[in-house]
Design a protein around this ligand. Structure first.
Ligand code: XIL
Length: 311
């Protein structure tokens, strides 16, 4: 039958999903995941709190399970993520600042080496920006200044020269102060020869609020010589969702897919989760949900049909 991945591949892009370890034992979920998607992002399993819960002690078991599932089903994997101020174990944030660089470099080198040659891409630095376009004053910034981003990219590249290296953030999908911050950073990294291959636009949207500038914004990044990707797409609705809401959601999803297709250098679109039942939205935004293309029983919603038409 119809699949997002076949239609996407015919257009030269991928269509991805996020999977957690717990998702792998849900047969209704995996039936959709393996038939519809050709890219997987581990939802949590490659984050620092899982992979290096204490200094120098590594745990790649959960991430390896996601990778094995993907490989067994002909899906590629986007590694997510190496450096982020969230889901960061407290041993890192409580290090003296002069020890942060060594800890970051060891973490990156060890994790990227473990997965060397097996991943399509890495989100090397996740969500580094404040809303005003300045860098967050997190443990990495305090330890190394703004140069931590270049250092992270160079360290990842040295450990796996074949993985595409991304910076990933939210609220950068349309033009604005935060997007301008990312744009200036990427421009500066490129001019210094720092290995950066792509920018991820998370795209956690609110119903009816896909930015009208998204295509033009992704295009200006692509013009810097990097790939762009929609990395964590969902479109949340105040529950209970009405049929009018679902029609608006279908339009929102089609807009995002069309924006990617219109930008040469947009390599793919990934939804954050498979269906509404496994989506992170209800747990993170009280009273909201129904944010994906599949309902609570893994049946396709209007958004699915709209994406099929767009592809
Ligand atoms: C979310 C996961 O889906 C949740 O299970 C977890 O509790 C919190 O993180 N931006 C990101 C993702 O880059 O890693 C986040 O994933 C969602 C927001």
């Amino acid at each position: 039958g119809t699949s997002l991945k076949a239609l996407a591949e015919a257009k030269g892009i991928y269509f991805g999903t996020a999977l957690t370890q717990g998702n792998l034992s849900n047969s209704a979920l995996t039936a959709v995941a393996s038939s519809q998607f050709d890219m997987v992002t581990p939802g949590n399993e490659m984050k620092w709190d899982t992979t290096e819960p204490s200094n120098g002690t590594y745990n790649f078991g959960p991430g390896d399970q996601i990778l094995s599932y993907a490989q067994a089903n002909g899906m590629r994997v986007r590694g997510h993520n190496l450096v982020w101020d969230s889901q960061l174990p407290s041993w890192v944030s409580s290090l003296p600042s002069n020890q942060v660089q060594a800890a970051m470099e060891s973490h990156i080198t060890t994790e990227v080496t473990h997965y060397k040659g097996k991943l399509y891409a890495w989100d090397v630095v996740n969500e580094p920006f404040n809303e005003d376009g300045s860098l967050k004053q997190d443990a990495f910034y305090k330890g190394m200044g703004s140069g931590y981003i270049a250092d992270a990219l160079r360290t990842a590249h040295a450990a796996d020269p074949t993985a595409k290296l991304y910076l990933n953030d939210y609220n950068i999908e349309g033009t604005g102060a935060k997007s301008n911050g990312m744009y200036s950073l990427v421009q500066s990294l490129k001019s210094q020869g720092v290995p950066i291959d792509g920018v991820g636009f998370e795209s956690h949207f609110i119903l009816g609020q896909v930015p009208s500038t998204m295509q033009a914004n992704m295009q200006r990044f692509a013009a810097l010589g990097v790939n762009v990707a929609v990395t964590e797409l969902d479109d949340r609705i105040q529950l209970p969702a009405t049929s009018a809401n679902l029609a608006q959601q279908a339009s929102d999803y089609a807009t995002v897919v069309n924006d990617c297709l219109a930008v040469s250098g947009c390599v793919g679109v990934s939804q954050w989760g498979v269906g509404d039942a496994d989506s992170w939205i209800p747990g993170a935004f009280s009273g909201q949900g129904a944010a994906t293309m599949y309902d609570n029983n893994y049946q396709p919603k209007p958004a699915y049909n709209a994406v099929v038409t767009a592809l």
